[in-house]
Design a protein around this ligand. Structure first.
Ligand code: FES
Length: 344
């Protein structure tokens, strides 16, 4: 995969714990991307190499810079590094754009766009939203947050609303906001099935509408279920996997054991502690492994299973893209003591 070195030209604080980092496009080899995609930052922190995917919050047609928006995660080594250490003028190595959560305006469709997001899930939606409005589409954003203060892009969204008042509708949901002095009304509570149904009922012709959902797993589930009940075609619903949530029940039969990992003709014996994926165990041992998303979607961590039993958890996106003996190391957990995998 192509890598680029990008220079930071601006860092903008969006909320208390979130900032947008703007990179300058390289002069010669410009990065082309589609709204909704992400880039993978490669960072060396305390002698260890980390790769993390970050969605573009910029839109290729409306922004000259390449922007990512980073929210601080508790114990997030990379997000803390980006928010506390990195500064304007620094150069960062990145892997080229990836991701299937895209808005491709070449794809013909006449319907409106609906974006369903919560918290930092707004990032790729922002890129899609700006592109769609720029290309004359009608857009509705349903956006959930704790309160106004923690709402990323709140002011920018108000400006967009003023600019495109005829084509952009914004529904804010706050779980912990009481008083509201601003111009925009909001719903109290979460984006739940009842509210989703009410919002959809406001729109008469939804048959050709496109729906982009980005946020916690629960939000994706409920929005998708209600959309399907409302006869939205499944192929018009797009979701982004931001988190790889593993339920302990799914790992019941998984054991702490050793796994042989073959790479470049060498065999490394890895101890895989119960709860860690084989990829995590390899990274903990400082192996230089290809990966990005860690949610089972980019397929960069694909390997071939040579022996033993593995359980794959969380790669629901496209299991059909894997061959019979193939697995994704970020989603793979050993079930037996004789697991051997090879990265080709
Ligand atoms: S790191 Fe992306 S699929 Fe495993």
């Amino acid at each position: 995969l192509n890598t680029y070195t990008l220079k930071i030209i601006e860092i903008r604080k969006e909320t208390e714990d979130t900032s947008t980092i703007s990179f300058k496009q390289p002069a010669l080899k410009k990065i082309t991307y589609l709204p909704g995609q992400y880039i993978t930052l490669i960072l060396q922190i305390n002698n260890r190499k980390y790769r993390r995917p970050y969605s573009f919050s910029s839109a290729p047609e409306t922004d000259a810079t390449l922007d990512i928006t980073v929210k601080r995660m508790s114990h997030g080594i990379v997000s803390n590094h980006l928010l506390d250490i990195v500064k304007v003028g620094d150069a960062i190595e990145v892997m080229g754009p990836m991701g299937e959560f895209i808005y491709n305006k070449e794809r013909m469709h006449d319907g409106a766009l609906f974006m369903w997001g919560a918290g930092s899930g707004i990032t790729p939606l922002m890129s899609i939203l700006k592109t769609a409005l720029h290309s004359q589409k009608k857009v509705t954003l349903i956006y959930g947050n704790r309160n106004l203060r923690q709402t990323i892009f709140y002011d920018e969204l108000l400006k967009i609303k003023e600019q495109y008042s005829d084509r952009f509708s914004l529904f804010n949901f706050f779980t912990k906001e009481k008083q509201f002095e601003n111009k925009v009304a909001f719903f109290q509570g979460r984006i739940d099935a009842e509210r989703i149904t009410q919002i959809l009922a406001l729109y008469k012709d939804k048959s050709d509408s496109l729906h982009y959902i980005c946020g916690p797993v629960e939000l994706k589930k409920v929005v998708k279920a209600v959309l399907l009940q409302n006869d939205i075609k499944p192929e018009n619903i797009f979701t982004e996997n931001f988190e790889h949530k593993v339920d302990e029940n799914q790992l019941k039969e998984v054991r702490t054991t050793f796994v042989n990992l073959k790479k470049d003709g060498q065999r490394v014996k890895l101890e895989v502690i119960k709860g860690k994926s084989i990829l995590e165990a390899g990274l903990d041992q400082q192996m230089d492994l290809a990966y990005s998303c860690q949610t089972g979607t980019c397929f960069l961590c694909k390997a071939t299973k040579l022996s033993g039993n593995i359980k794959m958890v969380g790669n629901e996106t496209a299991p059909e893209k894997l061959g019979e003996d193939e697995c994704l190391l970020c989603c793979s957990y050993p079930l037996s003591d004789d697991v051997e995998v090879e990265i080709k």
